[in-house]
Design a protein around this ligand. Sequence first.
Ligand code: ZN
Length: 489
Amino acid sequence: MKNNLTIYNTLSRKKEKFEPINPPFVGMYVCGPTVYGDAHLGHARPAITFDLLFRYLKYLGYKVRYVRNITDVGHLVNDADEGEDKIAKKAKLEQVEPMEIVQKYANSYHRNMAQLNTLSPSIEPHASGHIIEQAEMVKQILKNGYAYEVNGSVYFDIEKYNKKYNYGKLSGRKLEDLTANTRELAGQSEKKNPFDFALWKKAEPEHIMRWPSEWSDGFPGWHLECSVMSTKYLGEKFDIHGGGLDLQFPHHECEIAQSKAATGEDAVKYWMHNNLITIEGQKMSKSLGNFITLDEMFSGENDLLEQAYSPMVVRFFILQAHYRSTLDFSNKALQASEKGLQRLFKGMETLDKIKPSKESSINFKDIKDKSFNALNDDLNTPILIAHLFDGIKIINQLYSGDETINDTDLTDLKNFYKLIVFDILGLKNENKGQKTDNKFEEVVNLLLNIRLEAKKNKDFETSDKIRDELNKLGIVVKDKKDGFEWEIQ
Ligand code: ZN
């Protein structure tokens, strides 16, 4: 297996060579959405970032188990472990059952993710389906002395944990700073320290989502589900844990503490965080009125949008920035991405029209090498895309006849573009009338090759049937001296 991949580990704050714990297997856990509303731009970035990594690791030959959770319980409106559950609140508003909210928004999230051409994760566990396992972890942490029970709720004892381990090592925060920041809250809550977080919360009488436990009828704290479900499906130590930078603190910091307190081990080898999307320089939020859902992006139905942007334009826009850089949304930037994507596909269509010569006057190895080097350098997609555009300049020279390419090199070049653009970057040519994807093209060519055989054997009944049936589907076949051509009408 040829693997030169390096990834930036948020924990060590440096790029590290990617070496899985148990090759060829790779375990990857990514924090998924809390499903209480429509998916928005902020959901698209982690989904696309880790889809790219999933695709690339599979291309490198790894057997990847990609787990992405659905948060359907325990995520409260307030980070201080107070207030309503986000899903229950929405359910009250819409006058339905909480699980109807979960189903509705999980469905729409999946629809949007499919539009963005992200591959489904290998396992997509729901927090509400793992209450027993979560209670088990609470027991373990209590047994090890890093949690305490008050009035039917169980809280993680950060001060005690920090005496032995280092709380804050992922985000770089110090307990003293946390103490200073939360001092005014002290005494208002049943927690020993205001920065302690809930592992199990006793449900208030009006709280709908509740489960029996030895402490109270209640529900697990939000951070717990990821510690539990990641290790349940990937083992006590696994390779990659990803998510948006907004989850680094407190969510991921708390996950690290929980796992360490329960097992004494660090569960995760590489922590990866994608940076956030801003809208014209501002954080996207409902209160600022600059909130754009993915459905609105794709339809153009939002006052901030000058036009609709297709899912592939959004995907390309996200890939044009490095995942660790902030990405600022603006109509101008999206329109530039739309033009860029069209230029990329036009280049690939030109590539399909090039006729091979006897000799190659050009050498593509350099562009190929540089492209893979960019991917291996912590998934540097902007540099990779720049190399693809450099390649298109050469493709145009080949098409105009200024340069030549032989048959083998031409096939190699076509395969390289298909591999990078379709399989690894996960882009699709959405334009109607185009051969939209790899597999489809291969199937049509397969049928037409069977037709060619039939014609050779004078089986005109079969050959006409294939042509006519394809015609009915809008695929027009033109016979050529040395084969065939086809297009979609
Ligand atoms: Zn999580």
